[in-house]
Design a binder for this molecule. Structure first.
Ligand SMILES: NC(=O)c1ccc[n+]([C@@H]2O[C@H](COP(=O)([O-])OP(=O)(O)OC[C@H]3O[C@@H](n4cnc5c(N)ncnc54)[C@H](O)[C@@H]3O)[C@@H](O)[C@H]2O)c1
Length: 344
């Protein structure tokens, strides 16, 4: 499967030596909920033309406003130089899937439901060219399962973003069993133009990298609260002040290097057998969801919120995402090699 754009890199492509012209690559985003809107914003900011499909008319009520407010804030924060109108000129928001026909890449971003995604793939594949790449922002459905719902599995990948997609540096490019790795490598290269520090997951695994790590933590957090070791507030406070303190600078392995690998080795022996390993959904979260709790979006979650508090948490998270981005950019993954080369 060949990705037909003028700038398609060869296998030995080096991102710093040859430039991809993002303006020549039209991208489709299908699903304009929370993530679809921020992914669309990110792609517009990177210079792409974007065809944003609203699978449900409901999306049309908020999509333009949400994308507009992301762009306005990004301008205020200095992430982009031009006014939002400039980026809007490259955006089509529509319910009409046929407008995806010129897109070289389509990102599906609909509800985490295999049946819904399958119906959406069929509508997308009816109109895109056989050379276009099709991807999903699924959180944890194995890519090998999703690609078998499509007519050309080799062109299918996971593209897993983190909210808000226009500020976060995270992106996983995930290959399924049948994915053509060359296109995966291309997506990996292209995503640098979206401001990402991506990871190419060459072999499919449920939950990919971060969700496997995060869900191990969510499970243990529920266990501690359900069994009376700590409150929700206690667990959150510990989490913010311990891993929250170093995680923007280093990942888990560099952290163990920084603080002494041998100590972790000693602790693992006795602690690992004691960690929670349950397979069922924890009662703590099950009860909340069965009672209709969704979290901030309906002011009912692990905490209860007044509507004003819920709105303020949303705004505060938005503000914070721009601040933490600045810190992450100040300390990139190669911060030490950069310091070394500046000394030479
Ligand atoms: N929210 C996150 O932080 C996050 C992070 C990473 C990945 N994801 C994944 O991204 C995807 C979208 O998540 P979101 O948070 O944007 O969800 P959301 O609920 O905000 O949006 C869901 C989208 O699905 C569409 N949809 C709903 N029912 C549909 C149907 N019957 N047919 C077609 N489309 C339908 C809606 O129109 C909407 O555009 C999911 O697969 C989710 O797991 C979410």
């Amino acid at each position: 499967m060949i990705f037909q754009v003028e700038e398609r890199p060869t296998k030995n492509y080096k991102i710093m030596q040859e430039k991809i012209e993002t303006s020549k690559i039209s991208i489709g985003v299908v699903g304009l909920g929370l993530m679809g809107c921020s992914i669309t914003t990110c792609l517009l900011m990177a210079g792409h033309k974007v065809v944003a499909i609203a699978p449900l008319p409901l999306d049309l009520l908020h999509a333009a406003d949400r994308i507009g407010s992301h762009l306005t804030k990004s301008k205020e924060e200095g992430l982009i130089d031009l006014n939002p109108d400039h980026y809007f000129n490259n955006l089509t928001i529509t319910e009409d899937y046929s407008q995806l026909n010129l897109c070289s890449l389509v990102i599906e971003c609909t509800l985490e439901d295999v049946d819904i995604k399958k119906q959406v793939y069929s509508k997308i594949e009816n109109v895109i060219s056989p050379d276009a790449i099709l991807t999903s922002n699924t959180s944890a459905i194995p890519i090998s399962i999703l690609q078998n719902l499509t007519s050309i599995p080799e062109r299918f990948f996971g593209l897993h973003w983190a909210e808000p997609s226009h500020t976060t540096r995270f992106l996983e490019v995930i290959c399924g069993e049948k994915s053509d790795i060359t296109n995966g490598e291309f997506l990996y290269e292209l995503s640098h133009y979206w401001g990402k520090e991506p990871t190419l997951v060459r072999k499919d695994i449920r939950g990919f990298i971060t969700n496997r790590l995060m869900y191990a933590m969510y499970r243990e957090a529920c266990y501690l609260v359900e069994n009376g070791y700590a409150t929700v507030e206690d667990v959150d406070r510990a989490c913010r002040n311990n891993p929250g303190y170093w995680m923007t600078l280093v990942g888990v392995f560099r952290w163990m290097d920084l603080t002494g690998v041998d100590a972790y080795h000693r602790v693992m022996k006795d602690l690992l057998p004691d960690l929670n390993n349950q397979k069922e959904i924890p009662k703590l979260i099950d009860d909340i969801v069965k009672a209709g709790g969704k979290g901030i979006s309906n002011a009912k979650g692990f905490y209860n919120y007044t509507p004003e508090e819920a709105k303020l948490w949303e705004e505060t998270f938005r503000e914070f995402s721009y601040e933490i981005r600045k810190l992450a950019l100040k300390y990139p993954a190669d911060v030490v090699s950069k310091k070394l080369s500046s000394k030479e």
